[in-house]
Design a protein around this ligand. Structure first.
Ligand SMILES: Nc1ncnc2c1ncn2[C@@H]1O[C@H](COP(=O)(O)OP(=O)(O)OP(=O)(O)O)[C@@H](O)[C@H]1O
Length: 533
């Protein structure tokens, strides 16, 4: 999508904005005409004509001031809708991305897109779009009035306008490249600040907090340099345009003076022409500058467009498991030049069986679980759900049939209720039952607002075990008949871990695939299969 596409999408509001600018410029031009008329009347000692022209001049000025403010207020209204449209398009694209596609970039990069880049689009795109509209109306209105005074004025205006619009072309490419670099450096800045701040606890414990200052200073300096380079080109362009603008205004003033001296136009018209030449060339300056700057934000929208992934093709819906899930001669390596994590790997998980996967760190246990959950699409071999090939199945409906309990659960900055239900409608009775099953009742009761207490970003105000119990509740509340647990009890004390694992292995009519580093004897006895990778 280009900026133009977005404005077409918001065409109703855009047309209103254009209209406000049109009325504003009409008021502005009228005030110039009546200012000139007042002077002409005064030169002729026509006091009644002078007073009435002066009164209209004051009235049009007031209307002009009101419309000028209205155009700016309306620009922010339009900007709000434009930002919503761009941000929701980016977010909508996330919903179509596969797991590896999303993780090609860091969260901080996406944050930078939706904050820094949108701010740049607002400042360089929307504000300049306003200038462009204002300039277009100003040029049209002034040209019309100049033509009525004397057609020769239009010829010199047109020649000077061409010169004014040509000058910034010299810098346009360099300005675009500088804007792209600035956007990249903003991504890096957000990435590096997020990275070092998220490592605060590690740096605190290791007494290395000075790294916070060093890293943030370097990232800030690099982004600042890119911004500085952009502004240099920007100001160079503005300076060149302003010089041509000044020369053009002086030329037209001299021409109007000569026309008045030869009695071809009234004396007051010199003042009006001077004003209109000012608006025309200021309009052209704005237009020239705005066109260059708007072009410079093109790389940002191109970057968003390049990240767009097409909607996946419609595939077969997945029903509840009745037979088995199988990995048949599966080989997998992560994208890039990474070595194979799984080589010719086979696994059968019959329905309602309990399976434990054990093995040393880094051997691929979590990778197996992600493959089973249809999160990693590019594998060799065959993965089946009741003999149906995963490649023919709709991954979203497959994930509806299973529950994935994460090794490092994420806690949203929202209520306990939201963190368990993830926005699905669940009755209070059912919620309390799951809370009790996951031994969270005491924790919830102690909170000031019970289940409606808001937790901090990523659960920084709760313990690792509490986070894990919330993640378990989040899984159990889905009542799915296939549970995949990736060390889902690792952060709990042995007593609580055993109780939760007992709960999982005793779930009726449920298939359980559990990765663990600590397979307790009591739990091992309940397992149908234990495989070591
Ligand atoms: N996104 C990724 N890109 C590249 N390599 C990855 C990625 N995720 C995991 N790996 C690598 O794949 C290997 C297997 O990782 P996996 O998380 O499956 O191991 P694991 O057996 O579950 O380990 P642990 O017991 O420590 O959780 C590791 O060597 C890891 O470095």
């Amino acid at each position: 999508m280009t900026l133009k596409d977005y404005l077409v999408r918001l065409k109703g509001r855009f047309v209103v904005w254009i209209g406000i600018y049109g009325l504003w410029v009409c008021a502005l031009t009228s005030s110039s005409i009546f200012e000139g008329n007042a002077l002409t009347a005064l030169v002729k000692f026509n006091i009644a004509g002078f007073l009435s022209a002066a009164a209209i001049y004051i009235g049009t000025n007031l209307v002009e001031a009101a419309l000028s403010a209205g155009a700016i207020v309306y620009a922010y209204h339009l900007q709000r809708h434009l930002n919503n449209a761009i941000r929701s398009d980016i977010a909508d694209n996330f919903t179509r991305m596969s797991y590896p596609e999303y993780h090609q970039r860091s969260d901080a990069v996406y944050t930078s897109w939706m904050t820094n880049d949108i701010n740049t689009l607002d400042h360089q795109g929307m504000i300049n779009m306003g200038y462009l509209l204002q300039a277009s109306w100003q040029i049209a209105a002034s040209a019309l009035v100049l033509f009525t005074y004397n057609p020769t004025l239009i010829i010199s205006t047109a020649l000077l306008a061409i010169l004014l619009l040509t000058v910034p072309l010299i810098y346009r490419k360099r300005l675009s490249a500088a804007a792209a670099k600035w956007s990249q450096q903003n991504e890096r800045l957000t990435n590096q600040i997020t990275d070092v701040l998220e490592g605060f606890n590690t740096l605190f414990m290791a007494n290395r907090r000075n790294l916070l200052v060093q890293r943030i200073w370097h990232a800030s300096d690099e982004a600042g340099r890119a911004n500085y380079q952009y502004i240099q080109f920007d100001m160079l362009t503005q300076f060149a345009i302003n010089v041509v603008n000044l020369a053009a205004q002086v030329t037209l003033l001299v021409q109007a003076g000569l026309l008045a001296y030869n009695r071809l136009i009234p004396i007051g018209a010199v003042l009006t022409i001077h004003n209109l030449a000012g608006s025309t060339f200021s309009g052209l300056t704005l237009m020239s500058f705005a066109l260059t700057t708007i072009k410079s934000v093109k790389p940002i929208l191109e970057k968003f467009a390049a990240a767009v992934v097409p909607a996946p093709a419609k595939k077969q819906t997945v029903a509840a498991l009745t037979n088995a899930i199988q990995l048949d001669h599966v080989t997998y390596h992560y994208p890039g030049n990474n070595p194979a994590i799984l080589q010719d790997f086979n696994l059968t998980v019959p329905v309602n069986q309990k399976l434990a996967i054990v093995g040393p760190s880094g051997k691929g246990k979590s990778t197996i679980l992600k493959l089973l959950s249809a999160a990693l699409p590019d594998y060799q071999g065959r993965l089946t759900w009741d003999d149906q090939d995963y490649t023919h199945l709709d991954a979203d409906t497959l994930r509806d049939q299973l529950t994935y309990i994460d090794q490092a659960p994420y806690i949203f900055n929202d209520t306990i209720r939201f963190n368990i239900t993830l926005g699905n409608t669940v009755s209070d009775k059912e919620l309390q039952k799951v809370i009790a099953e996951c031994q969270l009742t005491d924790f919830v009761t102690q909170q000031p607002n019970g289940v409606d207490t808001v937790l901090d970003h990523n659960g920084t105000n709760i313990s690792g075990g509490q986070k894990q119990r919330i993640a378990l509740a989040r899984g159990l509340i889905r009542h799915s008949k296939v549970i995949i647990s990736d060390e889902g009890t690792a952060a709990l004390d042995p007593k609580n871990a055993s109780a939760v694992e007992q709960l999982l292995v005793n779930l009726p009519n449920t298939t359980l695939i559990m990765v663990t580093h600590n397979l307790r004897d009591g739990i091992k006895a309940c397992m149908d299969q234990v495989i070591t990778v």
